[in-house]
Design a protein around this ligand. Structure first.
Ligand SMILES: [Fe+2]
Ligand SMILES: [Fe+2]
Length: 396
């Protein structure tokens, strides 16, 4: 069997940005790697981090979104004391026996490598992939250094890349100056603004505790989706005159029960006499909304009935639901990271002007998909569709 080829991209990721992911994906394809570990350092030797280790970790999880080839790696975060690459590589080797290791780094880091702690051990254990941007380091100097290392028997490959107009530093400056930062993933930005990182005021102070909990309770793709729904619901609430903060909070928490095993959800629903019929009790995709409202109230401390209603009806909708709940239900279906499905762009376009019409089309699209596959469509969704059709905003 062919040996696994594993790339390692270390750094502070303060914050992670699109350029980091671009380097990882570029190395992945150029060097035909099987996967790349994105590995934030806890306490780097050469610079102070602005955001804490767990904040940087959550931003990486959100940015990678469960991409099978980009794997957030906690190896250095979970170690006490100084973390040296020379100590990390054997740990990766131990966890991935037989794998070939590739250390991915930029031109400036490459020119410093001979000053790294026990540099010779690093160079012996892995091949260096130098992703070289012309704005970052002098091409001739990098080529000369690579040649010098090759003459010593080490493996170095230079991968020329295009320059980037942004960096973590420029993103931090833009955020603190209230400008729109280029190169920042929308889920990462939502996390920064909710928690109030990099000197911003925290928009949702409770989100610090919520996101710690959600990052452990949800799969990475679901965690990122929750941030994307929060951002979309906030925008939508602003557009349609609803409370943006309530919409955003409901967006963050709407899937908090999504990864609870079904038997556990059934127990919570039965013990607390939640409004869940046998069809709800038989299906995770139905039950997680009802149980989610309970979990949000009792485990996340959300007491606002409007937010809880939005969580409770985010998947099926409900005849007579509030417009705030509509914003969350619709955002769940059309947030920007959503996998493409038929009529998605049409629904997004209608959502620019009509909340009710867009939600109707979204639920009809879901109903059509479910019934065409022979799956069960819950009557609550059918009732919501019928009710939406009676509304003046839809009939006019
Ligand atoms: Fe959901
Ligand atoms: Fe969702």
């Amino acid at each position: 069997m062919a040996k696994q080829c594993i790339g390692i991209l270390g750094g502070t990721f303060d914050p992670v940005h699109c350029g980091h992911l671009q380097i990882a994906r570029f190395a992945l394809s150029s060097a035909r790697l099987d996967k790349v570990f994105i590995m934030p350092s806890r306490a780097p030797q050469y610079r102070q981090c602005i955001a804490g280790p767990e904040d940087r970790w959550q931003m990486i999880v959100a940015a990678c979104r469960g991409d099978d080839a980009l794997i957030p790696c906690r190896l250095e975060l979970d170690r006490e004391g100084p973390t040296y690459t020379a100590d990390t590589l054997p740990m990766i080797r131990e966890n991935n026996p037989g794998a070939k290791l590739f250390w991915i780094l930029g031109g400036d880091a490459f020119l410093r490598i001979r000053h790294w702690h026990r540099a010779d051990e690093i160079l012996e254990q892995c091949k260096l992939l130098v992703c070289l941007r012309p704005d970052e380091a002098d091409t001739d100097t990098v080529a000369a250094e690579a040649e010098r290392l090759r003459e010593s028997g080490y493996r170095v490959k230079i991968l020329p890349m295009e320059s980037l107009p942004f960096s973590s530093g420029s993103i931090r400056s833009a955020l603190t100056e209230g400008r729109n930062p280029e190169g920042l993933d929308l889920c990462v930005r939502e996390l920064i603004e909710c928690k109030g990182l990099y000197g911003l005021p925290a928009r949702i102070p409770e989100s610090v505790a919520w996101l710690s909990r959600l990052s452990g309770a949800l799969k990475p793709r679901r965690f990122a989706h929750s941030l994307a729904v929060a951002a979309a619901a906030r925008d939508m609430a602003l557009r349609f005159g609803e409370d943006p903060l309530k919409a955003e909070k409901a967006g963050l928490l709407h899937d908090c029960a999504k990864n609870i095993p079904l038997p556990e959800m059934q127990r919570i629903a039965r013990e607390n006499r939640l409004d869940a019929d046998d069809d709800f009790l038989a299906s995770s995709s139905l039950l997680h909304s009802v149980v989610g409202a309970w979990v949000a109230e009792h485990e996340y401390g959300m007491k606002d009935p409007a937010v809880l209603e939005a969580i409770r009806y985010h998947n099926t909708g409900c005849a007579g639901m509030s417009r705030l709940a509509m914003c969350v239900c619709l955002s769940d279906s059309i947030e920007p990271t959503r996998t493409v499905y038929p009529r998605l762009e049409e629904i997004r376009a209608i959502a620019e002007t009509s909340l009710e019409k867009a939600l109707l089309l979204s639920l009809e699209s879901t109903a059509g998909f479910v019934t065409s596959r022979g799956y069960f469509l819950h009557p609550r969704t059918r009732d919501t569709i019928s009710w939406l059709k009676t509304l003046p905003a839809v009939r006019e």
